[in-house]
Design a protein around this ligand. Structure first.
Ligand code: SF4
Ligand code: SF4
Length: 372
């Protein structure tokens, strides 16, 4: 597999597929075998976190016997995503404690990258970059050789993020979510690339929903010569020259092999990419006159994340991804409170920019996706 530069600031070269360390198998021996298999296949960039359960410990075991020297190892933290101790406040001192702890958990002397985890608002950007803040703490660790490079991960609004990028002279990489169903970071990836910041993509398969071979999505896959929806999704991300590498979550050996094989089938041609863009124009929320995710209906007094649930209905009804919709309906961070908690107050429908029958949709969602 042809390597790509991880931006120009870091000096690293990476495989277009990298190791996302959030979903390793729970059996440690199995996990170690899986990680080593991925590294043997040439996947060298590893993204873990203090917040990914036992991931750092398992990697510590896997990276013995010479494997440490073969990889680019990255971990991350931030107190607004995971507070490990009461004193975690985003200061340089607190990030230093987390770095030292991570080095012990991973059983390594240094980290290739230590990143600020999820800058998701102007407040968290300010906390991370203020004098004596997280970035200063990471820089101090870099001066001592505990960390070699840094960057940040983010789900921030793309427009605001573009504003941060020009001030992020300290960042050598950025990690954003990008896939067939979430393409709003295209300009961010392009600008980061222009600045020499390495671009790493998370969720290339839409958090797993693009692993579902629905009839609608398979018709698109076949049209562009992909054997599965997952291959379509991975090759779509690979086809963007502003993406340096993508993190693939790995639970089974076949996850590694399938991801590597998909990318090995190559980038899509401009004509194939136009076919994909046309498909999504024709199936866009605007075109099918469904929820645009504008958020005007919020807040809901029952605590329901109306746009989140409408997003599941869109994926199911328009793209045929029902299994994924059912899986996502179990997650509170997607739906807030279950849709059957609707009080039928009607407040949302009065504010809906698309004049949708939200109450009926909530009942439909719970009836369809809430089945145990
Ligand atoms: S009608 Fe139901 S979903 Fe809409 S705002 Fe009221 S409680 Fe929330
Ligand atoms: S106001 Fe209507 S279109 Fe906007 S997020 Fe709510 S349901 Fe969707």
């Amino acid at each position: 597999m042809k390597l790509r530069p991880l931006g120009t600031r870091s000096g690293f070269q990476v495989n277009p597929v990298s190791i996302g360390a959030m979903r390793f198998p729970t059996d440690v021996v199995e996990a170690v075998g899986l990680i080593r298999h991925a590294i043997d296949c040439g996947l060298v960039y590893i993204d873990t976190s203090r917040g990914y359960g036992e991931s750092e410990f398992v990697l510590g075991r896997a990276l013995k016997d010479g494997y440490r020297d073969k990889v680019i190892l990255s971990s991350k933290c931030s107190p607004w995503v995971k507070k490990v101790q009461d004193g975690d406040d985003g200061s340089a001192a607190s990030v230093r404690r987390r770095i030292e702890e991570t080095l012990v958990r991973l059983e390594v002397d240094y980290l290739d990258f230590y990143q600020v985890w999820n800058i998701n608002s102007p407040e968290t950007w300010a906390t991370a970059t203020r004098r004596g803040g997280m970035v200063d703490g990471i820089r101090a660790a870099m001066a001592e050789g505990l960390v070699r490079h840094t960057g940040f991960t983010t789900h921030e609004d793309p427009q605001r993020l573009l504003g941060y990028l020009d001030r992020a002279d300290w960042a050598e990489v950025i990690l954003v979510s990008y896939n067939l169903l979430q393409r709003d970071y295209v300009a961010v990836l392009a600008r980061a690339h222009e600045l020499g910041i390495g671009t790493i993509v998370m969720n290339p398969c839409g958090g797993g929903c693009l692993a579902e071979n629905s009839a609608v999505m398979m018709s698109l896959a076949r049209e562009v010569g992909a054997a599965s929806v997952a291959e379509l999704a991975l090759r779509y991300v690979y086809s963007n020259p502003d993406v340096d590498t993508m993190l693939c979550g790995m639970t089974r050996i076949s996850d590694v092999d399938d991801s590597a094989a998909a990318v090995a089938r190559g980038a899509f041609t401009p004509a194939q990419l136009e076919t994909i863009e046309r498909f999504f124009r024709e199936h866009s929320r605007e075109k099918v006159k469904f929820c645009t995710g504008c958020n005007y209906c919020m807040p809901c007094p029952a605590g329901i994340n109306i746009p989140g649930i409408m997003g599941l209905i869109y994926k199911d009804r328009v793209l045929g991804l029902r299994r994924s919709a059912m899986a996502e309906y179990r997650h509170e961070w997607v739906i807030g409170r279950p849709a059957d908690q609707c009080l039928k107050c009607g407040a949302c429908e009065k504010k809906c920019t698309q004049h949708l029958g939200i109450m009926a949709e909530m009942a439909y969602a719970h009836r369809t996706y809430g089945v145990k």
